[in-house]
Design a protein around this ligand. Sequence first.
Ligand SMILES: [Zn+2]
Length: 166
Amino acid sequence: MAEHWRKAFDCAFLGSWAFNNPKKPILAVIESTDLEMVTGENGRQERCLVAHFAGGKLKPLILNRTNCKAISTVAGSCYREDWPGVAVLLTVQRVQAFGETVDAVRVKPERVCGHCEKRITGAGKMDAAGVAEWTKGAFGVTLCAACARERAGKNGEQGGGSETAD
Ligand SMILES: [Zn+2]
């Protein structure tokens, strides 16, 4: 397996080096966002918005404006209080920064299922945004209708038929 040299250094935050295959997006579910003091490469301390991901496997990602806008699109909300539970696909893109071309982690501005990674689409009377909003409330993570149905079925079995019809 190819391993980026940056992996050998103890980086506190997620970077493009974390992708074993830069062409394969990484699925991540936002757990929280925080304003944190971050030391940049020039040693200067800066207040940054940092996203933490569920599952504890991924390092936190420093959010720049581009990624904040992308998450707002995916979450359907500019308020970061609405972001926990939102599933995002992280990709690597070559971007121009300070006269250099560098690899940067970018959030794909697309509503995706936090389980199967497929695009969330409308179901029944609900549009895609509605499905995302509903699954986030019901399961704590944005899911596609198919995965939501599957999860609801499992919960029903475990619940022992305590459902009430109204
Ligand atoms: Zn799904």
